[in-house]
Structure formats: structure tokens, C-alpha cells
Design a binder for this molecule. Sequence first.
Ligand code: G4P
Length: 197
Amino acid sequence: MKLLESKICLEGKVLSENVLKVDSFLNHQIDPALMNEIGKEFAARFSDEGITKIVTIESSGIAPAVMAGLHMNVPVVFARKRKSLTLIDDLLSATVHSFTKNETNEVSISKKYVCENDQVLIIDDFLANGQAALALVEMVEKANAKVAGIGIVIEKSFQDGAKKLKELGLRVESLARIASLSNGEVQFINETVKELV
Ligand code: G4P
């Protein structure tokens, strides 16, 4: 998605060979107009999948997921990373190990909001090693719902998350695919955007 790639080139900061900082529009401050376009793009790409629900994980997955839900006219559920005072229903849970933070967390969704006949689109902001996405897949499958696809805003294609998900037969659509963050530069799988900036 050209608009997103241009935004990454203009505002993204390469912190290391593995980490891209995009706090100005996705991970801290949020650009609503860009999120709206992102939601529209996910809705277009998954229009043939009969999606009935979107599932994401707090916190940075919520903005793109809500915009996709608006354009697809379906509800959005986010997995919680912390126990909630009000989340007292039966829960679907999975563990997520974050390689970046080197910590393991249990994440959960209420059984009430993901049902047997749901066709679920999973959305997240980043795809790195795929731990968060795999945990979401596990919870959706525990509910006997179907994972119809996975929508990612920024895929770091040099890490193995996308490969793992595709090996499970899942459809992965990533709006920006980063081939490398070497030498302080963002290289996209599709190179053309570099000429725009
Ligand atoms: P994985 O889920 O794909 O295995 O990713 P990993 O454990 O490596 O990442 C843990 C957290 O760091 C996730 O967010 C993930 O989205 C984010 N992340 C991974 N790589 C990058 C990167 O290059 N840049 C940025 N900005 N984030 C990255 P989180 O801790 O759940 O944060 P949040 O959703 O609460 O913001």
C-alpha cells in the first residue's frame, strides 16, 4: 500500500536491524486518516471471505482493526493482555512469548464474543515472529470459529512470522512488507516507493 510505505519512509525511524519505530502514526500517536485508508484496504482485500468478526490484540492492533470493522460492518474484539475487573465470562486463552521483550504473557478473549460460526479476520499492527498472531489463531480455533485470514499493517518479512502462518495454510495480507532494515534504511519487498520520497 503506497500511502503506508510513503508514511514509513517519511516518519519511520530504524532503531536497529530488527526494529522500526512508527510511534508518530501507529504505536503511540495515531493518524486517523491513514487508519481509515488502512481499514478500507483490509475491507477490499478480504471482501470475498464472508467475514463476520475481526479479532485483534491490545493495544496497537485496535486502531487498524476498528477501521477495518467500520468498512466491513462487523464487530471488533481485542484480546486482553492483563486480567480485567469486568472480564469475568468464560475465557479463551493462549500464551504469547515476545522475543523483543523476552517475556511471556497470557492473553484472553471472552467466549461470548467469538462463536462457532464466525468467519474471523485477525488484524495486527506488526508481524515479526508471529507469536501474537499464532496466539490469536489458537484462541479463534478453540472457539471452533474459522480463521478466514490475517491482515497485518507492517510485516517484517526478514523474520519468520509470515512463513509460519502461511505454512498453516492461512491467508496473510500485509499492507507494507519490509525486506530489510539494514544500514539504517527501510527496504520494502516492493521497491517502487523509494522513488516517491
Ligand atoms: P511477534 O508477535 O510477531 O512474535 O512479535 P514480537 O514478540 O517480536 O513483538 C512484540 C511486540 O513488539 C508487539 O507489540 C509487536 O507488535 C511489536 N513489534 C515487533 N517488531 C516491531 C518493530 O519492528 N517495531 C515496532 N514498533 N513494534 C514491533 P506489543 O508489545 O504487543 O505492543 P502494543 O501492541 O501494545 O503496542
